[in-house]
Design a protein around this ligand. Sequence first.
Ligand SMILES: [Fe+2]
Length: 304
Amino acid sequence: MSFELRELNGGIGREIVGLDLTNGISPETSAALRQTWLEYGVLVFRGMGTSPEVQLELSRCFGELEPHPIATFRHPDYPDLILLTNEGGPVGPVYDFGDGPVTQRIPWHTDLAFMTTPNAGALLRMVRKVETGGQTGWLDTAAAYDELDQATKDEIADLEAVYLFRAGLEEMRFNQQGGKRLSPRKENYPHFPPVANPLVWTHPETGRKVLNVSTLNIEYIIGRQDEAGDALIRRLIEHALQPRFQYVHEWENNDMVLWDNRRTMHAAFGHPLDQIRVVHRTTIKGDVAMGRVLPETGTAEVVA
Ligand SMILES: [Fe+2]
């Protein structure tokens, strides 16, 4: 094989070692990388992301790329690359958790959990790292499901939950982060209707069951909009967030990390606002829906 695997110091993923990305990727290597991605959920390519071209070619091994829907987030020279940087101002809200202004702190979530069709994956390349903070974590929602007790698996097998877009951490109902919002709330986000997605989803490619509790977005369990339902969500989140399911990456420049968004959650730890960080991201398009859009006539009486 044209690469080897190395265990990571955590509960998910593998490091890819010995892969030469400087002379193109053969179809055989591409297929092997894709299988490895599906098997392990997170792949780390240390120091291999030496250019946008390398990142784009590697990303295309895993599926069709999805440019950012908002043009200003696209890299001006590479429209399939998403430019994430606080150079020129913070990208998202700024908070103070007690140590000064922090940007890019995003709690555990699955991308697009507030929509019916999650993207298949994404790949980050560190262009300019920060000296303080800035880690990214991933956790394995397939392993988290597997390790639930049978009674809980039976209880949640057919449940759906409502997931919402959040414009700020203060809107989260679960896994609350605290902290004081320093930047004003923008009102110009697109409107996203509420969706109902299953608490347990079957991965469309591997067939593994995954625990779907994106902490940023989950609102309530349909038919159990009461304290017992909320307690169940809290218990599932507490289970999923155990460190043994997690891998946390300490970035070096040119590192790339790829994840399968359908069997992971990830979290951005954030960094001081006065340090500049530059990340290039590609998103791998998803094409399998897990849930449904809900009518917006008040959500309390929605039934499955
Ligand atoms: Fe994300």
